[in-house]
Design a protein. Structure first.
Length: 147
């Protein structure tokens, strides 16, 4: 069964967050090769899956930057899916340092989950991180509005 774009998005977020969390505070060059655990080469349909994942990767990176989870050089080649000087933002680091529902921080659990080729753990932890970010943003909004 083909996975939905949202499943691919969640797994991609997990891989990006894990890579940047493990490298923090060093800025990284990030490109679609980060997806290699999800797209096994030389299997039926791998080229089509790679192009799909590359498009999801590029859109995901752009979304994470626009949403304030990470910073990247303004000079990037979105057509080729390459992003330079990437690092977790304050918001991204704070969320990944939060304890996971399973104990250790979300970021450290993501680092361990990279080897999960099915990507289910990555997907679940990415959802947890993005949910924490939304909760954090909602709480900040309420406090700014005096709620």
């Amino acid at each position: 069964m083909k996975e939905s774009n949202i499943d691919d998005f969640d797994k991609t977020v997990g891989l990006i967050f894990a890579t940047l969390y493990q490298a923090f505070p060093i800025r990284k060059f990030i490109d679609p090769q980060i997806l290699s655990p999800l797209v096994l080469p030389n299997t039926d349909g791998w080229e089509e899956r790679y192009h799909h994942h590359k498009n999801v990767f590029t859109a995901t990176m752009t979304w994470l930057i626009d949403a304030g989870y990470l910073w990247a050089s303004p000079v990037r080649d979105e057509r080729n899916g390459t992003f330079s000087e990437c690092v977790l933002s304050t918001k991204g680091l704070e969320i990944l340092n939060m304890p996971s529902s399973l104990g250790p921080s979300i970021g450290s659990k993501l680092g361990d989950a990279v080897t999960d080729t099915a990507g289910e753990t990555l997907k679940d932890l990415a959802k947890e991180a993005l949910s924490a970010g939304a909760t954090l943003a909602a709480g900040l909004g309420r406090s700014l509005l005096g709620g």
